[in-house]
Write a protein that binds this ligand. Structure first.
Ligand SMILES: Cc1ncc(COP(=O)(O)O)c(C=O)c1O
Length: 448
């Protein structure tokens, strides 16, 4: 049996898969926070280009990938699917474990799958600059890369704790021409307000989103881009699952469990959504999400309408949320520190189709190291959560289960986190129940 299953460039999927028409029950609508009525697509025009808004609500099952996007994708796509033989041996499991390796992209993660597409659609609609937030720097560096490929300017608000802990991704984004600011920053009204209340605020994705949106709304030639959560982001990521399906078909392999880590839900959803029609037709495919115990959105959050940002400027999304004011502890998986999750993913969790588990960071690092020592690739701390869930599945498996997971990114820019782990300095954060209860009290009063 071969170690890796490769597709040629010609075999790259021609279209992204849109799950909306296939959902067993319709997705709860996105609400306008002022009227609490379903939002009209035009309401989003100040922040997004029209073509992405159309994708957000599209009822077309397949959306063609533009040639220009495929051309940039071809730098790193199709990505290989690996069989984790050595990791299986180390775990002494009968399970067959595969991983889709999204770490081959120039920024080192799945994030450019949507960054390239978003930069393209902004470019053809005449936008000059894209502004965004970033946690660990994966999304920011991916957007910087995507923007550079299409000649757009890029401004990034990076969560302060990550800006300080992870200088290398910041420098990578700068190498692709982006301007970077630690958030909360003094560049926006909202940032200045937060800094006045708490000058040492470590920042959060919610705060950085608020700053980025404020910047976009105040400049006519500028739009905002989000690296996760929204339907069009998940849509672009389905290229991951579509390729995985082709690769498994090539070797005549079935799938029993699909695993991925969840920050806002984009890598995991993009990976499993193309398999959903099979599951809905009765195939026994389990879909398992892994998240940190320090930010346990799917496992401890409430399924309610909430804002996507801390300043309450975004539309209301129905999602599992820890409250828009929840500031998670500074764990090293910076990309998993978001208070909510993608509405599509949350809907499927609520329908009982997707399961979720939460893990402490130290156990994740332990198995990330085992993975590196057996398979060679050092995972990003986010990806290590998926690996932890795979380990649990594989260890509890008596039969020959087939587990396929999304290796969402490498950890070569996260070496300071590994250093902390080696020195025994990492801490596990207990679920801050009282803080979450406090944040949940401030949820907007809507339910339909
Ligand atoms: C490597 C990696 N994996 C996973 C995530 C989580 O994001 P999402 O849930 O949108 O895939 C991130 C976010 O930055 C990331 O960098």
């Amino acid at each position: 049996m071969e170690k890796k299953i490769i597709l040629s460039e010609k075999e790259m999927p021609e279209a992204w898969y849109n799950v909306l028409p296939d959902l067993p029950e319709p997705l709860p609508p996105v609400l306008n926070p002022a009227t609490k009525e379903p939002i009209k697509p035009e309401d989003l025009l100040p922040i997004f280009p029209r073509s992405l808004i159309e994708q957000e609500v599209s009822s077309e099952k397949w959306i063609e990938i533009p040639q220009e996007v495929k051309k940039v994708y071809s730098i790193y796509r199709p990505s290989p699917l690996y069989r984790a033989y050595e990791f299986e041996k180390a775990l002494k499991t009968k399970a067959r474990i595969y991983y889709k390796n999204e770490s081959f992209s120039p920024p080192g993660s799945h994030k450019p799958n949507t960054a390239i597409a978003q930069a393209y659609y902004n470019k053809i609609e005449g936008v000059k600059r894209i502004v965004t937030e970033t946690g660990a720097g994966q999304w920011g560096s991916a957007l910087a890369f995507g923007c550079k490929m299409f000649g757009l300017e890029c401004t990034i608000y990076m969560v302060k704790v990550s800006y300080e802990q992870k200088p290398y991704r910041r420098l990578l984004a700068q190498a692709w021409g982006a301007e970077m600011f630690p958030s909360p920053s003094d560049r926006t009204e909202f940032g200045r307000k937060i800094l006045k209340e708490d000058p040492d605020c470590p920042g959060s994705l919610g705060i950085a989103i608020s700053e980025a949106i404020e910047d976009a709304v105040k400049h006519d030639d500028t739009k905002y881009a989000l690296g996760s959560v929204l339907n069009h982001v998940l849509l672009h990521q389905t290229i991951v699952g579509l390729e995985t399906q082709k690769q498994l078909e090539k070797i005549g392999e079935r799938v029993d469990v699909l695993v991925g880590c969840v920050g806002g839900g984009s890598n995991f959803a993009g990976f499993f959504l193309p398999f959903l029609p099979r599951r809905l037709k009765g195939e026994e495919i389990r879909i398992l999400a892994a998240e940190p115990k320090a930010c346990p959105t799917l496992t401890k959050g409430l399924y309610k309408y909430d804002f996507g940002d801390t300043a309450c400027t975004t539309p209301l999304l129905k999602m599992y949320t820890l409250g828009h004011n929840f500031i998670p502890p500074g764990i090293h998986a910076g990309g998993l520190r978001y208070h909510g999750d993608a509405p599509i993913l949350c809907h499927l969790v609520n329908l009982g189709i997707v399961e979720a588990r939460a893990y402490h960071q130290i156990e994740c690092f332990k198995y990330a190291i085992l993975f590196a020592q057996t398979e060679g690739f050092l995972p990003a701390p986010e990806t290590a959560h998926a690996i932890m869930a795979v380990v649990e599945e594989a260890k509890n498996s008596s039969e020959e289960k087939v587990i396929v997971f999304n290796f969402s990114g490498h950890g070569y820019f996260d070496l300071s986190a590994y250093q902390a782990y080696f020195k025994g300095e990492l801490k596990d954060y207990e679920y801050p129940e009282d803080k979450i209860k406090e944040a949940l009290k401030q949820l907007p009063d809507v339910d339909i």
